[in-house]
Design a protein around this ligand. Structure first.
Ligand SMILES: Nc1nc2c(ncn2[C@@H]2O[C@H](COP(=O)(O)OP(=O)(O)O)[C@@H](O)[C@H]2O)c(=O)[nH]1
Ligand SMILES: [Mg+2]
Length: 435
């Protein structure tokens, strides 16, 4: 059993002496050695053993005294990996990857890179669903949604304190609030119908109770993403959406996540319309350590996709992301182009592409809804990623999309950093939104 699983066990048993003794036999860790130690590893082992088993707290201990990248950081990371019994080659790869990223970003100080380090460790060590990560995500989500929250939650609070019964005026006002937050007419009235039937005949005695109900109803509108069964590699992911919504950067973020989980990733430049788009993608691929496939500017996107797939198969890639163009003024052409890409993939193997992700920009509000209409009508969209939820008061559009199209939202973008693309969870979203 690894050191940290021992620590976890120790915590679960609420530090029973017997377990403590098993993990830290007294002869190996005499108290005087632990308190007045020259040996940082022994001291660190001791403080980690006493710490709550959460990645962020472990990192606090691990990085104590580390202010910048360099001589102190690397041995500590190796120590951490050794303790977790991570094979040396994997530790080497993680560390050289991270070090290269620091150089590329020009980061030196701990506060510039701590959160990225934690994110990478969480993915690499599969600790992402730890409670710690959840609360971190929740804080991030609440901050990201602050503008939408302002629009929605504050006004609902206000409505609840100024109303004493669920009458027509109450529902009218609630509907207006929802519409102002871009929830849309159809979704708002569906939501209100449901709520109305739940509280009929009641008086407003407890605003919190109503908000809880609202949160639950909201969350229940979001379709659950079906459990993904990993296909025979490469897993092919087609990413579509109009210009500027964040397709390319989202691919980089997704690729980064997969890379951190140790998967071999290739990105194909299917947006051949602008030369700059190919360059931008190549830079991202390099940054996240993904393979890259492109042809020259103006090439047929379907042939890029086809050849990239060939290479991904031959070279044993686990995942292939295909970026696409999104110029909307040639709507029909765009749909034809996307269908053609799908067709050549499908010909290669009938289960491909495995996922088609529609990327939408939350700041466009109701436009995001009409884009869903446009794409989903023509292309079988399996997943939606909503970007730029930070900095918009129009986050309510997610609710409209969920209700009207029943397409699962898999991730949301809460900022421009790699770690700002987060898995979407309806309950957390509703909770964060309503405060
Ligand atoms: N604030 C914020 N900006 C984002 C997010 N996702 C993407 N962006 C920015 O949106 C801009 C357009 O992104 P890009 O990936 O080039 O869009 P594309 O045309 O669809 O490929 C870039 O400046 C991104 O950094 C997000 O979640 N939050
Ligand atoms: Mg792009």
């Amino acid at each position: 059993m690894g050191f940290f699983s021992k620590i976890k066990k120790l915590w679960k048993s609420e530090k029973e002496d017997s377990v403590l003794e098993e993990v830290f036999p007294k002869e190996a860790f005499p108290p005087e050695k632990i308190t007045e130690t020259e040996d940082w590893q022994t001291g660190l082992k001791h403080s980690l053993a006493m710490a709550e088993p959460r990645l962020s707290i472990w990192l606090d201990h691990l990085l104590k005294g580390v202010e910048a990248k360099g001589d102190k950081l690397w041995p500590r990371l190796y120590f951490f990996f050794d303790a977790l019994e991570v094979p040396r080659e994997e530790a080497d790869e993680f560390i050289s990857d991270f070090s290269r990223w620091l150089d590329e970003m020009g980061y030196t100080h701990l506060d510039e890179f701590r959160s990225e380090l934690q994110y990478r460790l969480a993915l690499a060590l599969d600790l992402e669903d730890e409670e710690d990560e959840r609360s971190r995500l929740f804080i991030k989500l609440s901050q990201g949604l602050s503008k939408t929250k302002e629009q929605l939650s504050k006004r609902i609070d206000n409505l609840l304190v100024t109303s004493d019964k669920y009458d027509q005026a109450f529902w009218d006002e609630l509907e207006e609030i929802l519409i102002m937050a871009d929830v849309g007419h159809k979704a708002s009235s569906e939501l209100i119908d449901k709520l109305r039937s739940k509280v009929s005949g009641q008086i407003i005695d407890d605003p919190e109770k109503f908000k809880e109900l609202l949160g639950k109803e909201l969350a229940s509108f979001f379709p659950k993403a079906p459990r993904r069964i990993k296909p025979e590699p490469p897993e092919v992911v087609l990413v579509i959406g109009v210009n500027g919504v964040g397709k390319t950067t989202t691919i980089a973020k997704l690729a980064h996540r997969e890379r951190m989980k140790g998967r071999k990733v290739m990105i194909a430049a299917g947006d051949t319309f602008r030369a700059a788009a190919i360059e931008q993608l190549e830079i991202w691929a390099h940054r996240v350590g993904a393979g890259f496939y492109a042809k020259k500017h103006g090439a047929d996107p379907a042939s890029v996709a086809y050849e990239a797939l060939d290479r991904a198969i031959n070279e044993g890639y686990d995942v292939l992301y295909i970026d696409t163009a999104g110029r909307l003024h040639t709507k029909i052409d765009l749909m034809q182009e996307l269908k053609k890409i799908k067709k050549v993939m499908h010909k290669k193997r009938s289960d491909m592409p495995h996922r088609t992700i529609l990327v939408l920009d939350a700041t466009t509000g109701q436009n995001a809804l009409s884009q869903t209409e446009l794409f989903a009508r023509e292309i079988n969209v399996n997943e939606i990623i909503l970007t730029k939820l930070d900095g918009t008061a129009k986050g309510g559009v997610m609710i409209a999309i969920a209700i009207q199209y029943q397409i699962p939202i898999s991730y949301i973008g809460l900022g421009e950093k790699m770690e700002d693309l987060r898995p979407f969870e309806a309950e957390n979203f509703a909770r964060a939104l309503l405060g």
